[in-house]
Design a binder for this molecule. Sequence first.
Ligand SMILES: Cc1cc2nc3c(=O)[nH]c(=O)nc-3n(C[C@H](O)[C@H](O)[C@H](O)COP(=O)(O)OP(=O)(O)OC[C@H]3O[C@@H](n4cnc5c(N)ncnc54)[C@H](O)[C@@H]3O)c2cc1C
Length: 400
Amino acid sequence: MHPLRSVTVVGGGLAGFTVAAQLRANGFDGTVRIVDPQGLPYDRPPLSKAYLTGDATLELAPSAWYDDNAVEVITGRVTRLSAGTGGVLVGGRELASDAVVLATGGLPRPLPGGRVLRTRADADRLRETLRPGGELVIVGAGLIGAEVASSARTLGVAVTLVDPVAVPLVPAVGPELAVFLQAQHEKHGVRFLHGTPSRIGGGFAEIERHDGERVRVGADTVLAAVGLEVHTGLASSAGLAVDGGIVVDSAGRTSNPAIYAVGDIARTRLPDGTLQRRGEHWESAMLDGTATARSLLGLAADTRPPPWFWSDRYGLHVEAVGTMAVPGKTVFRESGPASRLAFRLDTDGRLTGCASINGGKALRAARRLIARAAVVAPEYLRDPAVDVRKLGRNTRAGTG
Ligand SMILES: Cc1cc2nc3c(=O)[nH]c(=O)nc-3n(C[C@H](O)[C@H](O)[C@H](O)COP(=O)(O)OP(=O)(O)OC[C@H]3O[C@@H](n4cnc5c(N)ncnc54)[C@H](O)[C@@H]3O)c2cc1C
């Protein structure tokens, strides 16, 4: 293979930015460019939190960083990818490079009459409507919907949250914490309607409740927070393997050796052929970017920890690591009124997942145990007096 002299990154979200930053951090001195219609890379988690309520900084790096690190940012949209040559087309200009990294993320699933929240511009527009006394209807009570509900309440907005599931987030955090989190909405004055919208417009939303009753709710703004769609047209037209995301190996390689994909757009196929779910969280986008930069430079891959995400609502810090959705049982720990942990053990007693509210260091310790598939006695997990960080010494690694 010829030495790598140039890399074009398509998409300057966290995943694309991390590829560029890690290429430089690992000593690559060839050409690095990022193409994105939104210009300089920025971070998304604050968009539903501090950026909505105040003035959070979004930039992933100060503008001088790009000059200092010779990373060219081209403001434009890539409209074509040439499979053979590593070329991309931006606004009529063909850019050739030795490798292309697709990091185009996804777009929120739209709802007629509703707004979405994915970009800084979306957040700016939403923020303008969030005034004291205003009425906001949020469709979808998952992570982003709940965060916006919480932010809007701090701004004095009346919020109605609508979801077809009575208690959302059970697969992500387990039933106990999902019920606790759900109760927070009411506690903070958010009206929850179990149902789906049947009509939106004219300053109101009509919700069909699960019991068939129709409820009319005032709505200056309706926000759809009903999941992400990935657009793989660019990849498919270049002949790349696509299956609910661009299919990659654990180093981000697509079916074309000169083209990689990272972040929310990518879906990893494990060596045994299993197609994993796409990551849609901050850390997985960052780790994808790091792994791909290393792979481009021929460096060994780092071991990947079990997947983790966080979310914030009503002053509560929610985290989950590994998976809570395997057959087995949940062990629950309450350490004081403000901190709760749920541990998931599979049917062989191995720790597969941990979800927490204000869980602090215990969740990070659990992550290490999950990585080892450690078998942990439920009584230790349940007991708030037992330090999870010390449990590693009393456990055995799982066999599977
Ligand atoms: C409001 C919000 C809150 C979130 N909060 C959390 C949280 O609390 N915790 C957590 O773990 N995760 C959170 N996430 C998820 C996390 O931010 C995403 O997983 C992460 O941003 C994915 O990064 P990405 O680079 O793959 O995609 P993106 O960040 O979507 O970036 C993709 C970029 O590609 C560009 N692009 C698209 N098409 C083209 C094209 N044809 N040519 C050139 N460029 C293109 C887009 O303009 C965009 O800038 C949140 C996400 C949102 C939207």
